[in-house]
Ligand binder design. Structure first.
Ligand code: ADP
Ligand code: GLC
Length: 490
């Protein structure tokens, strides 16, 4: 099968969170199954041209309102056959940021930047003489792709190309003033007709959901949650309407990048038979962050975007959050890596200054993220909602027991501790409140000191889990086949 992914993020070239990891590891897994998989992403300024090769010819991307010229650069994905195309258009992507220079403020021309990316997918394929069977869009930035497929590209050489849209996070929909609609290059009849209209504005994701042959999201539980008013971010009605073509497929992880037995970022390696290297990682983490080096004290790690989705108010909120009480009453250490909302970054710096057993690093640091996963005993991920979540899966295979809210992909990947049997892979609570975070951290630490054999068992179960893409990649292939038959029937 010929499959084109269109995405705003792709690890290791451009990543702000799990989207980049998920797209690149799925693409690699499909390619391993023997399919011709290619990915289109923008060439942001921080992606150096030096490593890339230019594909001949200047490309013209035209919408009703604008005309842009772009070059295409290419390379193959590390350790894989996947071909990557970089859309090189200085005016749109020649900046050192994916969505903005920081998370607080997005670029004002984002609707145009991502409409153009979506529109360019077709020009790129044409210029290569390569017409895919599937175009797989990811989140709102490429959600217009399936809309083009069912409108202006309906009777072109793409007439048999099926559109798939994966929702990695329904909390981000690409909602903009309707003044931006002409930037999509579609006639006004499609404002309502293709479902862009959203309370008088335009909504990229909504239109994509209406148009795609099939819609996927990244875990089975999240697929159910988004069809309810509490998880639907205003689109639950539409998602219920499309429920026949909506499926939740659990993300896998890239076991080449996230594997404690050969992770190049770690000072020592380990596996489920021999955990001595994990102790070395813990000592290295404690030393690096300036925490007392002590193998006996339980260490809780966090690596996260500091945004409300991740439950940060319940943990770090000034009067509301549970962290102060945790540090005042429970004997443990905490290591946090994150960036995002300014108040939370400040809270983390304050806790670091006030408590010798708490160390936070504000920023984005791939190496430290790996070291925290390996060197911690527990991993706190109290997300308000979590479409899939990759960090809890990384934690599990690193023998670092997750403490999580039972929601979305967290519910699908973590098995709650059974205190009587000493089984499970982590610690869960049902409702997100500061008290439940406090109680569940307390429960995990109680088990650490009082049920050490259980902790060993839980680690063993956790590390034996298989989160590789093998199963989910096959599921995507079956879905693609179904989507192609739907497209032909249209
Ligand atoms: P989300 O995509 O919602 O942020 P995921 O758990 O799916 O959540 O993926 C988060 C990814 O981003 C993980 O690979 C995690 O290690 C990484 N990450 C998040 N924040 C940081 C950071 N400050 N430094 C390094 N990596 C980070
Ligand atoms: C989003 C979600 C996260 C998911 C990731 C990859 O960023 O917030 O839960 O793991 O996409 O699909």
């Amino acid at each position: 099968m010929k499959i084109l992914f269109v995405s705003s993020e792709l690890t290791p070239f451009a990543k702000s969170g799990g989207l980049g990891d998920a797209v690149s590891s799925l693409a690699a897994a499909l390619s391993k199954l023997g399919h011709d998989v290619r990915v289109l992403i923008p060439r942001y300024s921080f992606i150096s041209k030096n490593m890339l090769r230019r594909v001949n010819g200047l490309l013209e991307i035209q919408t009703a309102k604008d005309k842009y010229h772009a070059f295409i650069y290419t390379t193959t994905m590390p350790n894989s056959q996947v071909k990557i195309y970089f859309l090189d258009c200085e005016a749109l992507y020649g900046r050192n940021g994916i969505y903005g220079y920081n998370s607080a403020q997005e670029f004002t021309d984002n609707p145009k930047r991502f409409a153009m990316l979506s529109r360019a997918a077709f020009s790129v394929c044409r210029s290569l003489g390569w017409i895919p069977d599937i175009i797989h869009a990811n989140d709102w930035p490429s959600a217009p792709v399936p809309v083009y497929l069912t409108t202006v590209e309906k009777n072109t050489e793409f007439s048999e190309t099926a559109g798939i849209l994966t929702i990695h996070n329904l909390g981000y929909q690409g909602i903009y003033s309707r003044e931006h609609f002409p930037e999509l290059g579609l006639g006004w009849e499609y404002y309502y007709g293709a479902g862009f209209e959203y309370y008088g504005n335009i909504n990229f994701l909504k239109a994509g959901i209406m148009s795609a042959e099939c819609i996927t999201t990244v875990s089975p539980t999240y697929a159910m949650e988004i069809q309810t008013p509490s998880g639907g971010f205003g689109l639950d009605g539409l998602l219920r309407q499309r429920s026949r073509d909506l499926v939740g497929i659990l993300n896998g992880i890239d076991t080449d990048l996230w594997n404690p037995s050969n992770d190049p970022y770690l000072p020592a390696h380990y596996n489920v038979e021999d955990l001595s290297g994990k102790a070395t990682c813990k000592a290295a983490l404690q030393k690096e962050l300036g925490l007392p080096v002590d193998p006996e004290v339980p260490l809780i790690g966090m690596v996260t975007r500091l945004v409300e989705q991740k439950g940060i108010s319940e943990v770090f909120g000034r009067t509301y959050g549970s962290m102060r009480k945790i540090l005042d009453t429970i004997h443990l250490q905490v290591a946090v890596l994150g960036s995002g909302d300014a108040w939370a970054e400040e809270a983390i710096m304050n806790f670091s200054a006030q408590y010798p057993q708490f160390k936070g690093v504000v920023g984005y640091n791939e190496r430290l993220a790996h070291l925290i996963e390996a060197g911690s005993d527990f991993f706190l991920m109290p997300s308000r909602y979590e479409p899939c979540g990759l960090n809890q899966m990384y934690s599990l295979v690193y023998g670092t027991l997750p403490i999580v809210h039972r929601t979305g992909g967290l519910a699908d990947t973590v098995v709650n501790y059974n205190q009587d049997l000493g089984e499970g892979t982590g610690f869960m609570f049902d409702d997100l409140t500061p008290q439940s975070v406090y109680d569940t951290v307390g429960w995990a630490i109680w088990a650490w000191y009082n049920r050490p054999k259980h902790i060993v068992n839980l680690r063993t179960y956790a590390m034996r889990q298989d989160f590789s893409w093998a199963r989910s990649a096959e599921e995507y292939i079956r879905l693609y086949e179904h989507a192609i038959s739907l497209r032909k029937a249209r």
